[in-house]
Write a protein that binds this ligand. Structure first.
Ligand code: CP
Length: 351
């Protein structure tokens, strides 16, 4: 393992192992400890769950933690462009920032959402890509413009915990929201459910397709797992679902154009998961959302506070899934450095 950018880059066997380990940790098994090793957390976008769960995971693993934030008294504003003449607001180039942090820690985790203005730039995922290019240490993506693999791993773990069948119906439904949100979570959720081999329905209004490159990746994973994808604009296509997973995202047709987005959403307020949706889904259906969630816009109180909602367990599993992921990553680093040490020791004893 060399960090984690997108869950689909791991083999399904590895994802299964990590999810099972996460459930062992949830049951109270103590993780391995790595004293003297360092983990960096760099938050260039806001967070509640990801910050808190990575901090706790670092403590459980005995890691030294370096945590940095953007804004105010946080890290300098980064320049991303190669060859830039830096006479504007950016103070430090990502080349130096990444390389320097890579000298202080053994693994670096980075959060940087999409800018939501320039689609081509967002598709290049420039900040996490820059850290992967220049840090010289494994990079864990804590949500980039395109992917949120730690959320996807926690969601996989949650479905294992609930005993959800690998072929069960999984509905990812678009939901209303006051703002156009990034695609990292829906991209990752869709890919994760198809990597599991599920019968996936992507329900979204016309104009709210995910990007063709994300759909192509989801289909690649589905063809390996036997998963099935149906795309519909029928928000009631939930019958027989084991999971109803709500998420809002912005329209690719209105990227960077808030007024157009508002016009497109004006007639979409009914895209909100309510008790009727869950009843239509059936008696085994559970409601999932990555949080934070806008109550009574994305989902009604009656669902979020009701017996079908698993969002708090889902959030708790962020901690266990990330502890399992980091444990694996640091174990591999230990094994690599032991390998190096033993070959050095061999050289020393050679005549
Ligand atoms: N789901 C999630 O990543 O939550 P935060 O944005 O609060 O970290």
């Amino acid at each position: 393992m060399n960090g984690l950018y997108h869950l689909g880059e791991l083999s399904t066997a590895m994802v299964e192992r990590l999810a099972q380990r996460a459930l062992e940790l949830r049951r109270g098994v103590e993780p391995l400890r790595f004293p003297g090793r360092g983990l960096g957390l760099l938050f260039l976008s806001p967070s509640l769950r990801t910050q808190a769960s990575f901090q706790r995971a670092a403590a459980k693993l005995g890691l030294d933690l370096v945590q940095l934030q953007s804004g105010g008294n946080g890290v300098w504003q980064l320049e991303l462009e190669d060859g830039a003449v830096m006479n504007g607001t950016s103070v430090e180039h990502i080349r130096e920032a990444a390389a320097v942090l890579g000298r202080f820690v053994d693994v670096l985790a980075v959060r940087a959402f999409s800018g939501g203005k320039d689609l081509e730039l967002d598709l290049a995922d420039p900040i996490v890509a820059g850290f992967r290019r220049f840090a010289g240490v494994p990079i864990v993506n804590m949500e980039s413009a395109l992917w949120h693999p730690c959320q996807a791993l926690a969601d996989w773990t949650t479905m294992d915990m609930l005993g959800v069948d690998r072929r069960a119906k999984f509905v990812l439904t678009w939901a209303n929201h006051p703002k156009a949100l990034p695609h990292a979570v829906p991209n990752s959720t869709l890919a994760m459910a198809l990597q599991r081999g599920m019968d996936v329905v992507l329900a979204r209004p016309e104009g709210y397709d995910l990007h063709p490159s994300a759909l192509a990746e989801a289909k690649r994973l589905a063809s390996a797992s036997g998963g099935k994808l149906t795309i519909t604009s029928d928000r009631n296509a939930v019958e027989g679902a084991s999971i109803v997973y709500a998420k809002s995202w912005g329209s690719l047709e209105a990227w960077g154009d808030a007024e157009k987005e508002q016009r497109m959403r004006a007639a979409l307020a009914h895209w909100c998961v309510d008790a009727q949706t869950m009843q239509r889904a059936g008696p085994n259906a559970r409601f999932m959302h990555c949080l934070p969630v806008r109550r009574n816009v994305v989902v009604k109180d009656e669902v979020l506070d009701g017996p079908t909602s698993v969002v708090i367990d889902q959030a708790e599993n962020r901690l266990h899934a990330q502890t399992a992921l980091l444990e694996r990553q640091f174990l591999e680093l230990e094994m690599q450095s032991k390998g190096k040490r033993s070959s050095l020791e061999l050289q020393e004893v050679r005549p």
